[in-house]
Design a protein around this ligand. Structure first.
Ligand code: PMP
Length: 336
């Protein structure tokens, strides 16, 4: 049940996030576009759900026991979710992260008491990649588990049981489409599977940033990437275990500029301060909404994910020098 009932403990603050009708995007699409406010989770991102799901699953299997340690490789948000859940349950956290992620995420992880290991950003095939480093560290640390968010399907299960069920309830069973970008793929696969189980006609679209390989995979069956993106937390180059069997009906490729434009508009016109993956998701939701309108669906309703708070990117997305250095348009109100 979604509402303002008292929660029995802090972990119950994860999930049951609000859903908001987005005005500008709805107008642009010509139908209702809804944003699931995942920035309202205690760790301010969608990844709190996966963190809790993975930890509860490891406990249920008997892999994680009193005083144990959780090790994970992450772009940041999963680490923040794991550190919060671990603190609440008495576990230790070790996070391995590429050193090109936002300084806010690093500072947050340190502030939460996680042990932070920074590695240079490398290709997945490199043995020093943050994912492989975290697996090795977990093997070497006594009483530790490796969360393995990319290939541990407890991640997507959190979205089947949580996010999808909540969307269905919040929209009273009237939802025509859902889309979001993929990092691990847990959100798109889990929400897609969960919604299809309620109603097989709900259209599920993957929204891919440039530089990721999933758009071409779902369009042509071949993993191929073009260009690049500065969006953190999204952009996958392989079919993770979480993505296996994801019910993707259609796909869109969205540029950073288009995503940033929606980040700017949502902030200035609707008072929402978000990260870039949310802007890319909203642009994808508009594309899906238009497609559903064109296909003759009456007043379609599309939902997407507002993944994390923009406060996590003050030194990047909301910083003039950073935007200029990346060759990206500077928000009008940051120009002088
Ligand atoms: N946006 C942000 C900001 C994220 O940190 C993540 C997680 N990596 C995602 C989107 C994508 O979520 P998922 O891992 O479920 O695909």
């Amino acid at each position: 049940m979604i509402g303002h009932f008292p929660r029995a403990n802090t972990l119950e603050l994860i999930g049951n996030t609000p859903l908001v009708l987005l005005q500008g995007p709805s107008e642009a699409a010509g139908c209702e576009i809804y944003g699931k406010c995942e920035f309202a989770n205690p760790g301010a991102s969608v990844k709190d759900r996966a963190a809790l799901g993975i930890i509860r699953d490891a406990e249920a299997r008997g892999d994680l026991t009193d005083g144990g340690t959780i090790v994970e490789g992450t772009a940041g948000n999963t680490g923040i979710g794991i550190a919060l859940v671990a603190n609440a349950l008495g576990y230790k956290t070790i996070i391995v992260m590429p050193d090109n992620q936002s300084s806010e995420k690093m500072a947050t992880l340190r502030a939460l008491g996680a042990e932070l290991v920074l590695v240079p950003p490398t290709k997945f095939s490199d043995c020093n990649h943050f994912v492989h480093t975290s697996r090795r560290l977990a093997q070497e640390t006594e009483g530790a588990i490796w969360a393995n968010q990319f290939d541990n399907t407890a991640n997507r299960k959190a979205h089947i049981d949580g996010t999808a069920a909540e969307l269905w309830e919040q929209l009273e069973g009237r939802i025509d489409g859902f889309t979001c970008a993929a990092g691990t793929g847990g959100t798109i696969a889990g929400v897609g599977m969960g919604l299809k189980a309620f109603d097989d006609s709900v259209q599920i679209a993957l929204t891919d940033p440039h530089g990721a390989a999933l758009y071409s995979y779902y369009a042509e069956g071949e993993l191929r990437s073009e260009g690049s993106s500065v969006a953190e937390g999204i952009g996958q180059g392989r079919i993770t275990a979480n993505l296996e069997g994801a019910p993707i009906d259609t796909q869109f490729r969205i540029s950073d500029e288009e995503g940033l434009d929606w980040v700017a508009r949502l902030l200035r016109e609707e008072g929402l301060c978000l990260g870039l993956s949310s802007g890319i998701n909203v642009a994808g939701a508009i594309a899906l909404g238009k497609q559903l309108v064109d296909s003759g669906r009456e007043n379609p309703r599309v939902a997407t994910i507002l993944c994390d708070t923009g406060f996590r990117y003050l030194s990047s997305l909301y910083n003039r020098e950073w935007l200029e250095a990346k060759g990206l348009p500077v928000f009008e109100w940051l120009r002088d």
